[in-house]
Write a protein that binds this ligand. Structure first.
Ligand code: SF4
Ligand code: SF4
Length: 191
């Protein structure tokens, strides 16, 4: 279920740093290490190398450390860092590019992150937006932890936070088409 693997669009024989720059469309040398990105990142506390450090690792050629970092999997692509960056570095794109390179090299610091990501995207593709309850059930079953957080379910259910049925969205077929276009693009077609 490789939904957003776009690595076939880059020169795979180039050094990893160049591939990351090609994929992200960003030059990592633009970053002057002010740290405003990390200061604003809502999930930096959970990262082993917050955004400023990811940029620094790439700048100094510590590529393996960047690829093995959990940060690129934790990044929520919220764009806060991008909005704050005085140099206009599109950090979410850099994070995404490093994530793709890591995935292609089989570097997964936490295998269940990929499982969650794949199930999340599949749920969006199938329903037009994520169906939380379906996602939780599938994730728990496929990650072999069927009773994970099960005690939270009744309260979430009563509060209306989860439902056995997917939410209705307008034109779910349009969302499916987006996924199909991305797959076509991955194959090198013209979407
Ligand atoms: S905010 Fe921009 S310039 Fe500052 S450390 Fe982050 S990426 Fe670098
Ligand atoms: S896009 Fe990623 S790195 Fe940037 S602030 Fe959001 S979570 Fe943090």
């Amino acid at each position: 279920m490789e939904v957003f693997d776009i690595s076939n669009q880059v020169n795979n024989s180039a050094p990893i740093k160049e591939q990351v720059e090609e994929l992200s469309g960003e030059k990592v040398k633009k970053c002057y290490q002010c740290g405003k990105c990390t200061a604003g990142c809502p999930v930096a506390f959970a990262m082993d190398n917050p955004p400023r450090q990811i940029l620094r690792l790439l700048q100094v050629g510590l590529i393996k450390e960047a690829l093995e970092s959990n940060s690129v999997w934790i990044c929520a692509s919220c764009q806060t860092c991008y909005a704050r960056c005085p140099r206009g570095v599109n950090i979410p794109r850099v994070m995404e590019a490093v994530r793709i390179m890591a995935k292609n090299k089989g570097i997964m610091p936490e295998k269940n992150i990929k499982l969650f990501e794949d199930l999340f995207l599949k749920s969006v593709e199938n329903n037009g937006r994520v169906h939380e309850m379906g996602l939780i059930v599938m994730y728990n079953l496929m990650s072999m932890q069927p009773f994970k957080d099960v005690t939270l379910a009744p309260k979430l259910f009563l509060d209306g936070k989860i439902s056995p049925f997917p939410h209705k969205v307008k034109n779910p077929s349009e969302i499916k088409k987006l996924f199909e276009r991305v797959r076509e693009k991955e194959k090198g077609g013209h979407a």
